[in-house]
Every structure is written in C-alpha cells, then in structure tokens.
Design a protein around this ligand. Sequence first.
Ligand SMILES: C[S@@+](CC[C@H](N)C(=O)[O-])C[C@H]1O[C@@H](n2cnc3c(N)ncnc32)[C@H](O)[C@@H]1O
Length: 438
Amino acid sequence: MLEGYLQRKAAWEILLKVSSGMYSDLALEKVLSNYKFNSLDIAFITELSFGCIRYRKLLDYWTDHTSKLNHHKQPPKLRWLLHIGLYQILKMDKVPDSACISTSVEIAKKTELNKLSGVVNAILRNATRKLKSNNLPKLPKNQAERISLKESLPLWLINEMIAWFGIVETKKIAMSFNKKPKIDLRINSLKTTIRESLEIFQNNNIEVEPINNLINGMELKSKPRSIRKLPGYFEGKWLIQDRSSQWVAPLLRPKKGDKILDACAAPGTKTTHLAQLIKDEGQILATDRSDTRLKLLKENLERLDIKSVKTLKVDATKLIEIMPQYIDYFDKILIDAPCSGLGTLARNPDARWKITKETINQLITIQEKLLENIVPLLNKNGLLVYSTCTICPSENNLLIEKFLKKNKNLQLVFEKQILPNNDDLGDGFYAAIVSKKN
Ligand SMILES: C[S@@+](CC[C@H](N)C(=O)[O-])C[C@H]1O[C@@H](n2cnc3c(N)ncnc32)[C@H](O)[C@@H]1O
C-alpha cells in the first residue's frame, strides 16, 4: 500500500459524507472512528478534507481548467477525488506532486472508480504541468466574482458583504473564512483558576496561552488527538468556547441572586458562563426547543457541577402563554438567537454551501418573534441581551433598530459587532443590550 494512501482515502470518504448532507465535523468524527490514526495523521486529514470543502468552488474551476469534462458532468465520486488531488497540488506545499497524484490514482483503482484511474492520473498531471508553467485559469475581471472564486465563497454572499462593508473589509473577511480557526477554552471559575489550569496544561506539555482581556479565556496552541481527553475536561474545569462568544454573558452584568432567563440556551456554553458569573447562586431558567441539544446542555451542567440552572424544553416564544407568572419576572434575559452563523464560516467548512438568502429571511422571522414574545418577561429594571454569531446586519443592528422603533418603551444601552477580519478577534458576533425606559 502506498504511504499516505489511507489518510487520503479517509479524507475522500469525509467529502462523500459531507456531499450527502452530513456536517463536516460529524463526518470527520465518523470516518476517523473507522481507522487508527495518530495525531499527525488526523491533522493532515482534517486540513485536507476541510480545505477541499472550503475551496470547492476554486477546485471545480481548476477541474474545468484541466479536464475535458466540466465538473458538473463528472460522477460526484470522481469530482471529490479530483478535489483531494488538486487541493494537495495547489494548497499543500510540503506534499510532493508525485504523492498527490499516485495516492489519488490508487484510491480510484481500489474503488468503483477503477475504470477512471487513467482519467484521474491525466487530470492531476495536467494540473501540475499547468501550475509549473504558470498556465493558471483566468480570474474574472469583476471584483465580486474574483473574490468569490479566489476565496471560494458563493457569489451572492460576496455581493451582500460588499454592500454591507465595502470591498476592502469584504476581502479581509473572505480571507479569514479560509484560515484555520483558533481553539479557545473557558475556565470554569467555580472549580479552578486560570493560573492553576495553565500550570496543569504546561506540566502535561500542552501549549496554552491566556487570551488578552478575557479573565477566564485561554487559547489551546497544541493540536491533541482529542480535546476532550485533555486534563481537566471530565472534571469540568474548562469547556471549549470561542473568544468572541466569551464576551456575551458578561454583558448582562450578572450578579449573585439574579433571576435569569437564557431563552435559546442549548448546548449551554453561555448558560454555564452565566452560572459562573453569579457564583452559582441565583436562578437561571435555560430553555430550548431542541431535545437533543438540551441533552448536551444537561451533560454540560453535570460535568461543570452547576446547580443554579433549571432546564425546560419549550418554544420560548410561547413562554408568555404557558407561564404567565414569568411576565415582568426576570432581572436578566439572554436571547442567543438561532442565526445564519455567517461569522463562523471558518469553523464550519460546509456552512457556506448551505446558507441561502431564503434561509436568512426565515431566520429573521424567528428572531423577531423571539424578541417580541420574550421582552414582556423582563422586569422594569432588567437587562436583555440579544446576540448572534452572524455578520448579517438584517439579523443584527437593523433587526434591533426595527424592533426598538416598534417598541417605544425600550432603549438600546449598548451594541457591538465584531467582524472576523483580524486574527486576534475570533469568530464574528453581534450583541445588543436593551432595557426598559424608566
Ligand atoms: C445559537 S444556538 C444557542 C447556543 C447557546 N446559547 C450556547 O451558547 O451554547 C440557538 C439555539 O436556539 C434554539 N431555538 C431556536 N428557536 C427556538 C425557540 N423558538 N425557542 C427555544 N429555543 C429555540 C436552537 O435549538 C438552538 O439550540
């Protein structure tokens, strides 16, 4: 068997699963469970498969530049195998071209693509020749089309981003969507301190660094085989949470004794943060309409040993009817709304190919409904935070603006949008603090 054959085959299998609709992280986990790879192999497979998913548009363009048959007309399994070969040739400098080609040909030979192994060989060889002689596919003159192709993002999204932020920001954001996301952790201050955690990691030769301006945040620099197997995870001493998401819970200024509603709570990354901030002394009601996700929330509460949270499976827009006793009840409310996730495209390689303008419009309707129906549960001195992990203004500031125009008894206390255009900032996110007018 050729060296590196199994790693490439696993990456190809991940592409097959993702093309049939599975989320990329789930596909990675499923495929890896069938093999016994070490951490270096896993890093290679992740980079290759996630890279192919992100750069799908560019790789199709290269396929069309190097083969007689347009990518639309190729059998899907061949299309994804060509992507595996092409991505290595175009984006992985350290892999020799011969290894990129021979392993892809070998995969074709040993699978139902057997009769097409010659085609795989010819197309990939052609690609290396064209690359060496600088015979590159022509990029479109139109700026939006050019960015869309170079950064492999849907054209509709690039056009929207240019309208929202202008061309310079769009380029920066589009590039950031293809960078490897950082892995950030949040310390559970109910059980440990950042100092103790840093020490434990360092004693176990795991590289971590505190994150500027986040008292409980640290970045994991090492690339372990499984993050959950690192010291302290099962003891509930930390959890995984992106740095920008760690800004959200403190915006509510939670304090001991607060009555808090976390309306879209699962899997509980922010609920557990709220509990930490009130020192686990108070009442937090964590609601979510998804059973499966609530199960994860309960696991997190148990692992982090948090007692101040009650969970409830409910459509939060109905709380006002089902539990009228909660009208004017809560001191603090968090609506971490379901959103298009356009701030987290680096973290979710397949998301860019799934989101449409139509799904965004459907989400906006849900977001408006959540706000309308949950605000009456806030008491007169309370604070409500509305947050998302998207950069789409109609889900963020424009939505809040429209909502406040309709609800004259409310006011904007603060709002913040982070664009994922700078390596140190993490994912894109938005949050607004709203209160009742006195
Ligand atoms: C962005 S996620 C929340 C993430 C969570 N706050 C955290 O930090 O871990 C949005 C959540 O809203 C839930 N959701 C969507 N519509 C809802 C509704 N009408 N009522 C309650 N939960 C809802 C989804 O099931 C999903 O778990």
